[in-house]
Ligand binder design. Structure first.
Ligand code: FAD
Length: 388
């Protein structure tokens, strides 16, 4: 059965077009049929379901809001709605779509040459080529300007050495976008993962994002032709423009994890009968459920507003920070509160809220931590940078 939107207090569909509703419903059906029945097992076994990639490609989820080069060409609002429905299944599945579409494909789309776009994007949209995006390093996360990975010129070639950490999809990727310091500042490179000197290691024993792949990339004198350089990305603006795409999707996605946590707690509270009455009938429980629903409505409205701004070409980076910070912060609170309603049963994988809460620990850290987005907003409001 399709889950119902018990959290919807504002008739959100009134603000959506028929095309947007149709797309949202098709992704929701996919999640209900393919993800929901299997996610507990994947999470427990720390398995990313690669077998679902072709279907996600068919649904138009890869490079969804990019146009041309075989990409689906959907709107930013449609992309957001898809992210929300995917993350109602699991943040790990939404992360796959973010890394492939908003990071790896967006890097080539925004900063690549015509030849690079034609070579890589059609296969990536079809899901036959997987991409990853290597910015973070063991000692360089929130402060990417401190990266140590270096690309030096050798004749017409580039030679890259360095170490990237926390890189999504590394073990299944055919291509890596690697950001490296050069004599002329940070530049981006398209690196085939079978290049000599390129090694990938899986990060294991995670307590979060278990149905998702994160890796280390180790580059030892990887030699690339001059055509590997992304010509239009100079300085940190290059990776930041891609991160903004992914952060926008997160502002939507986390509301899916919140909604699913709420639905799970609501259903349970109607059937559990402590003290001989439904748990949902106690005022303390209703307070929790109402607080969750209020924040889900506010957060989803905010995401939709940001999406309309984005489709109108008006979305500003500080507005993305507002959506990413606020919606992730509220989603993790909702997931944890939902878990309390489930009592002891809530600590098993039979129920989604604690899985969502654990995943959201990653989401509040990647794509700019809570603290970094707070400082972005602080700088916007005061005109004073407090970063260092
Ligand atoms: P740090 O930057 O070391 O931060 C540690 C703490 O210090 C945080 O609380 C932070 O907010 C705080 N802090 C830092 N600076 C300040 C300051 N000025 N003021 C106050 N507090 C501050 N990276 C990629 O490149 N590609 C990926 O595909 C990718 N996927 C990821 C997937 C997962 C599941 C995770 C967990 C991470 C992923 N990352 C990826 C890395 C992610 O972007 C970084 O973890 C993130 O940028 C934070 O960096 P860090 O972990 O080094 O923490």
């Amino acid at each position: 059965d399709l889950i119902t939107d018990n959290s919807d207090l504002i008739e959100l569909d009134f603000l959506l077009t028929p095309d947007e509703i149709a797309l949202r419903d098709s992704v929701r059906s996919f999640v209900d049929a393919e993800i929901r029945p299997n996610i507990a097992g994947w999470f427990e076994k720390a398995q990313f379901p690669v077998e679902l990639i072709p279907e996600m490609a068919k649904l138009g989820l890869l490079g969804m809001h990019l146009t041309g080069y075989g990409c689906p060409g959907k709107s930013s609002v449609q992309y957001g709605l898809a992210a929300l429905e995917l993350e109602a299944g699991d943040s790990g599945l939404r992360t796959f779509v973010s890394v492939q579409g908003s990071l790896a494909m967006a890097a080539i789309y925004k900063h690549g040459s015509e030849e690079q776009k034609s070579e890589w994007l059609p296969g990536m949209a079809a899901g036959t080529t997987i991409g990853c995006f290597g910015l973070t390093e063991p000692d360089s996360g929130s402060d990417p300007a401190s990266m140590k990975t270096f690309a030096r010129r050798d004749g017409d070639d580039w030679v890259i050495s360095g170490h990237k950490r926390w890189i999504g999809l590394g073990t299944i990727a055919q291509v890596a976008i690697v950001w490296a310091m050069t004599d002329e500042g940070v530049r981006g490179f398209i690196v085939p993962t079978n290049a000599r000197g390129f090694e990938v290691q899986l990060i294991e024993q995670k307590l979060s994002m278990r149905a998702s792949i994160q890796t280390e990339l180790i580059l030892s004198d990887v030699r690339l032709p001059s055509t590997a350089l992304l010509p239009k990305a100079t300085g940190l603006r290059g990776p930041f423009e891609c991160l903004n795409e992914a952060r926008y999707g997160i502002a939507w996605g986390v509301m899916g994890a919140a909604r699913d946590s709420f639905e799970s707690a609501l259903a349970y509270s109607k059937t559990r009968t402590p003290f001989d009455r439904p748990l949902a009938g106690f005022q303390l429980t209703q307070q929790k459920l109402v607080d969750m629903a209020v924040e889900i409505n506010k957060g989803t409205l905010l995401a939709l507003h940001l999406g309309r701004l984005k489709d109108a070409g008006r979305l500003q980076p500080h507005q993305i920070s507002l959506g990413k910070l606020s919606n992730t912060r509220e989603a993790i609170k909702i997931a944890r509160e939902a878990r309390t309603i489930l009592g002891g049963n809530g600590i098993t994988l039979d129920h989604s809220p604690l899985r969502h809460a654990n995943n959201l620990e990653s989401v509040r850290t990647y794509e700019g931590t809570d603290e970094i987005h707070t400082l972005v907003l602080g700088q916007h409001i005061t005109g004073i940078s407090a970063f260092r």
